[in-house]
Design a protein around this ligand. Structure first.
Ligand SMILES: [Zn+2]
Ligand SMILES: [Zn+2]
Length: 251
């Protein structure tokens, strides 16, 4: 059984209700952290996960609300009393390696791992196989290098995650008949912003992908003044879950 935890259901705008983006997926003994916005290390602690635990860090794009805690994670891994020992794989879209090398220039030696193997990769057209998990990716409509992911587990279950994006066919393709589709839902229908989804657009992608369940996250504070699920219901009849911090979903 796979478990997904929404560590942060918010954005780059500070909110007491919604932390910046971060999603933890546990599959057997493997833990994947998808995006690590500011404060995610501390949100992880609230569900008993430390900087030692994730095996794989997956990044959807390089905006600070999705990447800010990468450096603090690597810095914590060097903590003398409890240094990290197990392998760490960091993966992102096109441009991620350059971004990482620039961080190393800025922060070395504070983030270079002396005690554990670290690998940095960019996704390609071919799926990435990590242990028994297959990870597919495609570019999505947000900023240069933005990708969405489809993660397939050994037992046949699957989860797709958008990162930030506007309506695009690639995300529908990634989400085809997944058990759980996680879509950003930045603004209510009344406040559409280019490069981001609204509830009815997210519902349209969910409908077109025939996903079994839809989770909406990356909610700007204005969303909490609207009935987001009702707006999404206009275009999607399946199960809709509104993201909240520390929400757990089992698939
Ligand atoms: Zn964002
Ligand atoms: Zn973004």
């Amino acid at each position: 059984m796979e478990e997904l935890i929404v560590l942060g259901s918010g954005t780059g705008i500070p909110s007491l209700r919604r932390a910046s983006p971060g999603i933890m997926i546990t599959s057997g003994s493997t833990q994947l952290l998808i995006d690590s916005g500011p404060g995610i290390l501390r949100k992880m602690l609230e569900v008993g996960i430390t900087y030692q635990d994730p095996d794989l860090l997956l990044y959807t794009h390089l905006h600070p609300d999705h990447t800010a805690d990468l450096v603090p994670i690597l810095f914590a891994c060097k903590y003398g009393d409890f240094p990290r020992e197990k392998d760490l794989l960091c993966v992102g879209g096109p441009g991620f390696k350059f971004f990482f090398e620039e961080l190393e220039k800025l922060y070395a030696p504070w983030i270079k791992p002396p005690s554990y193997p670290l690998t940095v990769k960019e996704v390609h057209k071919e799926p990435l196989l990590y242990r028994d998990i297959q990870i597919f990716s495609k570019p999505v409509a947000h900023i240069s290098g933005s990708v969405g992911y489809r993660i397939e587990f050994k037992n046949g279950k699957s989860i797709a995650i958008s990162g930030d994006m506007d309506y695009c066919q690639n995300m529908i393709d990634l989400g085809i008949e997944v058990d759980l589709l996680v879509l950003e839902c930045s603004f209510p229908d009344e406040r559409k912003v280019e490069g981001h989804l609204t509830p009815s657009l997210a519902g349209r992608i969910a409908f077109e992908s025939r996903c079994k369940k839809l989770l909406l996250t990356h909610l700007y504070p204005v969303c909490d003044q609207f009935d987001i699920v009702h707006q999404c219901r206009q275009t999607y009849e399946g199960e809709i879950v509104l993201g909240e911090d520390l929400l757990k979903i089992r698939i």
